[in-house]
Design a protein around this ligand. Structure first.
Ligand SMILES: CC(C)(COP(=O)(O)OP(=O)(O)OC[C@H]1O[C@@H](n2cnc3c(N)ncnc32)[C@H](O)[C@@H]1OP(=O)(O)O)[C@@H](O)C(=O)NCCC(=O)NCCS
Length: 157
């Protein structure tokens, strides 16, 4: 497996895959082309024999000079649990550290139990929200009405 930087043409490959990879949830609108144009130094593609099997879209925070943010990560359903997500995160962490930053943040939906398990395994902590459901701290309406989120943060060593 190889990891390379994102390029604009990846948008046309990835965008139609997103809702399928997210199990039918409507997610592709949250990843417009701008991310493939303006965040190429911190966004990565995983390829297996030239086939795209995973991606990570992230960026360095403009507002918080010690922080970086992972907006999207996705791995082809047939290639999960093979450490592709982990490799993409490790690559991102390396670039974040090279940019003298030590905090990484991301958010996910409370329904996305796979994402919560993955981020916990990757060493992220869940930030306190305003309520707890099934032992999970949740930020109610974080991204708008009925758009609750779980907030993750990881301090890089
Ligand atoms: C979440 C996702 C990116 C994980 O990618 P992946 O390549 O399967 O993850 P990895 O193989 O690198 O797993 C890393 C660790 O997390 C664990 N893990 C990954 N997915 C898990 C799951 N669904 N349940 C429990 N543990 C999980 C692995 O077992 C591994 O643990 P280990 O270090 O003890 O071996 C992938 O499942 C995916 O694309 N999901 C759909 C899209 C999505 O929800 N993205 C995240 C929100 S933006």
């Amino acid at each position: 497996m190889e990891i390379r930087s994102v390029k604009v043409s990846d948008y046309y490959v990835i965008s139609p895959l997103i809702n399928v990879w997210w199990g039918g949830r409507n997610m592709s609108d949250m990843l417009p082309k701008l991310f493939f144009k303006h965040f190429t130094q911190t966004s990565f593609i995983a390829e297996n024999d030239g086939k795209l099997v995973g991606f990570l879209i992230g960026f360095l925070s403009q507002t918080h000079s010690n922080e970086a943010y992972i907006h999207f990560v996705g791995v082809h359903p047939e290639y999960r649990k093979l450490n592709i997500g982990k490799h993409l995160y490790k690559k991102f962490f390396k670039v974040v550290k090279q940019n003298n930053r030590s905090m990484v943040r991301c958010v996910t939906s409370p329904v996305n139990k796979g994402s919560i398990a993955f981020h916990t395994k990757m060493g992220f902590e869940i930030e306190d929200g305003d309520r707890i459901i099934d032992d999970l701290s949740i930020n109610t309406d974080y991204d708008g009405p009925n758009q609750d989120r779980v907030l993750f943060v990881k301090k890089l060593n």
